[in-house]
Design a protein around this ligand. Structure first.
Ligand SMILES: [Zn+2]
Length: 146
């Protein structure tokens, strides 16, 4: 039984949320360091993708393992208390996520999901580069005049 006051609980939740943004920052750092430009939280697209690369028609989602219920991951396990609150909530998020991915693919976007637990992986930056392709491919060559 959860005996915390609503105030205490919302304080805890906001801490969790703040932590949750850290994976996104970490991925943004990697992406910028590699030299890619991106748009944040593209509002017009399904699921408001975390990072959007319009010229490449590619999208990166960064998912916290808990909030997005990462399957087969320690961090993705639902809490044991307040099960009737958490299970439907997490299930809805999962459904929303897969709906957004399907929708984006249908619209011609390529998507990559980076999970929080994958941030430590040494080849994350290689994986991102492989997904996004060469950095400068979209730079147009200047025509010679004359
Ligand atoms: Zn995970």
């Amino acid at each position: 039984m959860d005996t915390r006051t609503p105030e205490k609980r919302s304080e805890i939740m906001s801490l969790v949320r703040a932590k949750h943004t850290r994976p996104e920052l970490a991925v943004r750092r990697i992406v910028s360091k590699l030299g890619y430009r991106y748009r944040l939280h593209a509002k017009g697209l399904p699921g408001k993708p975390d990072l959007c690369f319009p010229g490449r028609r590619k999208i990166i989602f960064i998912h916290g393992c808990f909030w997005h219920a990462h399957r087969g991951c320690r961090g993705g396990r639902p809490p044991k208390s307040r099960v009737d609150y958490w299970l439907p909530k997490l299930r809805d998020t999962r459904r929303r996520d897969s709906r957004s991915l399907r929708e984006l693919v249908r619209l011609g976007w390529k998507t990559l999901v980076v999970w929080q637990c994958e941030l430590e992986s040494t080849n994350l930056s290689r994986r991102i580069r492989k997904f996004l392709g060469p950095v400068k491919v979209f730079r147009r060559r200047k025509k010679k005049s004359g």
